[in-house]
Design a protein around this ligand. Structure first.
Ligand SMILES: [Zn+2]
Length: 255
């Protein structure tokens, strides 16, 4: 009988907190940007495509250990067309879609000055800086998508039904990433949550965000980005952020 009580107590505890929670209905699709011939941003012999693959593999493990049902758009070094990335989110009926990228600037004289982690959600913006970053990411994501109609995309951006939810998700993820990074590093720059017209976020008809985990062009940040410690802080921040977002959504629905 004692054993039975012990088992019941263990079940109760694991059912309430941490690993063991049944979150199998919480489907998350993670997209590692670029891949194959598309290296993404490069600096100091480091490639964005490699970094984001390392991070998404860690995300996969962490989401799974927290009980989420998680899928990766790519688990190896290959290029995917735009539609292939977002189609998985629709096919799996994902609750959230997260695309992982690393940032870069063109102006070499500012490499050491521009740094920080940023989270984007889909929206038109007049901010020139956000437009520049979106233009860089969009250029590669549009490779091989000849049939894509820009008008359809622009329309989808303007009428995006998930903008408010994506914004909330972005806030939760950004807050937790920055909190974690600051606990381990000094001088971490919070680049904030920003709207930008990323094509990758258009096709997924669910709350979707794009995380720029840091600047590969900044020597100090590039060094950090490729360490397990930095990647784990980012990963834990994203997983906690998604968990917070989903808990809040559940509360809103049950109100
Ligand atoms: Zn990118």
């Amino acid at each position: 009988m004692k054993v039975l009580w012990a088992v019941a107590a263990l079940f109760f505890v694991t059912g309430c907190i941490g690993p063991g929670v049944d979150r199998s209905d919480l489907v998350v699709v993670i997209d590692a940007g670029h891949g194959g011939d598309d290296s993404g941003a490069t600096a100091g012999n480091r490639y964005e495509k490699d970094l984001v693959l390392q991070i998404t593999k860690k995300l996969y493990k962490e989401f799974r250990s927290q009980g989420f049902d998680v899928y990766l758009t790519r688990g190896s070094d290959k290029f995917l067309k735009l539609g292939q990335r977002t189609r998985m989110a629709d096919k799996k009926e994902a609750k959230v879609f997260i695309s992982i990228h690393a940032n870069a600037i063109a102006n070499k004289s500012k490499f050491s000055q521009v740094e920080g982690v940023e989270t984007y959600f889909l929206q038109k913006t007049r901010d020139a800086r956000s437009q520049r970053i979106a233009a860089r990411e969009n250029a590669s994501v549009l490779q091989g998508t000849d049939t894509l109609s820009k008008n359809v995309i622009i329309d989808a951006v303007l009428n995006g039904p998930k903008i408010i939810e994506s914004h909330k998700l972005a806030i939760d993820v950004q807050r937790n990433m920055v909190k974690n990074l600051k606990s381990s590093y000094s001088g971490v720059k919070d680049g904030g949550v920003r709207p930008a017209p990323f094509y990758i976020l258009v096709g997924a008809s669910r709350p979707s965000i794009l995380v720029e985990v840091g600047y590969i062009t900044n020597p100090k940040e590039r060094e950090r980005l490729f360490t397990s410690n930095y990647q784990e802080k980012i990963v834990d921040g994203i997983v906690t952020g998604v968990g917070n977002y989903m808990d809040n959504r559940k509360k809103e629905i049950n109100l």
